[in-house]
Design a protein around this ligand. Sequence first.
Ligand code: ATP
Length: 316
Amino acid sequence: MSRVGGDPRAGVTVRAPGKVNLTLSVGPRRPDGYHELTTVFLAVGLHDVVRIAPAARLTVTVRGPGAADIPAGDGNLAARAVRLIARAAGVEPAVAVHIDKRIPVAGGMAGGSADAAAALVGCDALWGLGLPREDLRLLAAELGSDVGFPLYGGVALGTGRGELLTPLETSGAGVFHWVFAVSPHGLATPAVFQEYDRLRRTRPADGERVAAERVAAVTDALDSGDAALLAAAVKDANDLQEAALSLRPELADTLRLGPEHGALAGLVSGSGPTCAFLTESAHAAATLATALSATDRYRDVLVAVGPTGGCSAVPD
Ligand code: ATP
């Protein structure tokens, strides 16, 4: 049996990162209803903290901003993850999961997916399964398109419906400084895809070429470690942004506000409505966060660096 160090029988704690999509190119809708995606995921240092401890039966409790909007118990994605890995390992899913939310709920930053990934990593450690990350990724793909990425963190190319991951090794020393403006109300990802379909009755024939060019530009910029280059590469590189703005026109004001207060670039994170701003330094990020907070328009304004690492379990 492999252990993560220490004795995890008392419980393990996993920090699970949020993500922002540096590019998000939406391809045709597949027969299974999902769209073919080409996306570059970047893990950012906004973490949910997920504690998993042995218990008489599976329970999930949630604390933090937006906790009231998240199903506790069986409907929670983390509970589904526990059941899945328990079934695969042939053990009882007898754990208490406690989630401290920090990743905005329904914010386009894959918080629920991060919690599910954390539950897989936490149960693997607690039960001493020692499953390779690739095995966990296969389980993750059964739970949702975005569940695999937080297992690895860093930067990765996502294809398929986002669940096929290729780590992008970027040589640059680049850690980038981000600010996130969290909207008071979330957006449901399926609604954003529906709006995307409504707006784009026909798809451009050169979609694949554009997707590849976006990935190349972002990869080069990450390699260079140059925030201004990355800002240029992420501009207009999220195909879901137009749909998110159509459903939430006020996001256009937010995207304008960022550069007025020093942001190098602003983008809708994934399906939104969180807006992510890239800045040139920790100081610039703090200045922007102060300016955005002063408007009183946002549920939260958060500062984080990225890329950051994936889920890892620490015994209590
Ligand atoms: P994505 O970017 O992956 O599309 P998102 O970041 O927009 O997702 P999430 O915060 O992951 O949105 O939550 C989407 C929905 O999933 C929520 O409205 C919530 O009801 C449900 N959900 C289930 N489990 C969780 C969880 N552990 N954390 C957050 N939401 C959860």
